[in-house]
Write a protein of this length. Structure first.
Length: 262
């Protein structure tokens, strides 16, 4: 796809136009946007961003706009990061208009902004932005799979994001079997069980597996936590696309502490 001057898009003026100068400046600062952010998006993503910012202006209340504009700003930043790292935008039908007059990039962008506007756990927003950005570079993720990944990313809690990163590097943590945790005398057994229940839900979604266990797991206390790892392909794709390895180390440590015997 060729790129003309009309295809270029700048994030900072768009933030000010849609959210107002004050909110635009706050979002730009909190998102760490560099000057001129958007100039390196490429034609396809520039067109998609122009469409998505327009939808934000039309549809959302002021409070919702803050979350939506934040995820769009972070998405633009993530797209430019990937291009600066040498990744090539996909050259299939991803940026082409469909019968409903939207590109797949625009459709998936809508999915992400609707996930963002209703998201009370705002720590999830940078990772939803990373996920959207990743779709523009991976031809193996088609429209349907991408929509499902957004649905999963929206449905999971931030702690489940942390659990996916723990599953990605389980040997780095002293995870214990359910029986040991249950008898360990932790001060917060209810929190421990809640974290285990979230692990079980990840298993039901097909995002993690427990390599030491055979056959279906039907209840939380069957979990062999010390053998938890990402399941493929969905757990691995979600972890990679969202760049969950970038979660703050103190957040990971807080969750890992619940699942380790004292």
């Amino acid at each position: 796809m060729g790129e003309s001057e009309n295809d270029r898009f700048e994030v900072l003026p768009a933030l000010a136009e849609v959210g107002g100068p004050v909110l635009g400046e706050v979002i730009a600062s909190s998102s760490g946007l560099p000057p001129g952010c958007g100039a390196g998006l490429g034609a396809g993503f520039s067109i998609a961003m122009r469409y998505l910012f327009g939808e934000t202006k039309r549809l959302f209340s002021p409070r919702e706009k803050r979350r939506v504009l934040t995820v769009l700003a972070l998405s633009a930043k993530a797209i430019e990061r990937e291009r600066a790292a040498g990744k090539q935008l996909r050259s299939d039908e991803f940026f082409n208009r469909k019968i409903d007059d939207r590109t797949t990039a625009e459709e998936l962008g809508e999915a992400v902004i609707y996930a963002a506007y209703d998201e009370h756990e705002e720590r999830k927003l940078p990772f939803l932005a990373n996920l959207y950005a990743s779709f523009g570079f991976d031809v193996h993720v088609d429209r349907a799979m991408a929509n499902y990944l957004v649905k999963l990313g929206s449905a999971l809690t931030y702690r489940q994001y942390c659990l996916l990163e723990i599953a990605n590097d389980r040997h780095g943590y002293d995870l214990k079997p359910f029986g040991v945790l249950n008898r360990s005398g932790q001060e917060n057994p209810t929190q421990v069980f809640a974290a285990l229940a979230e692990c079980f839900e990840l298993y039901r979604f097909g995002l993690v597996k427990f390599s030491l266990q055979f056959g279906p797991i039907t209840k939380v206390d069957d979990i062999s936590l010390q053998s938890m790892e990402l399941d493929t392909p969905m757990g691995a794709y979600l972890h990679l696309g969202m760049r969950l390895q970038e979660i703050a180390s103190e957040d990971i440590a807080e969750v890992a502490k619940l699942l380790s015997a004292p």
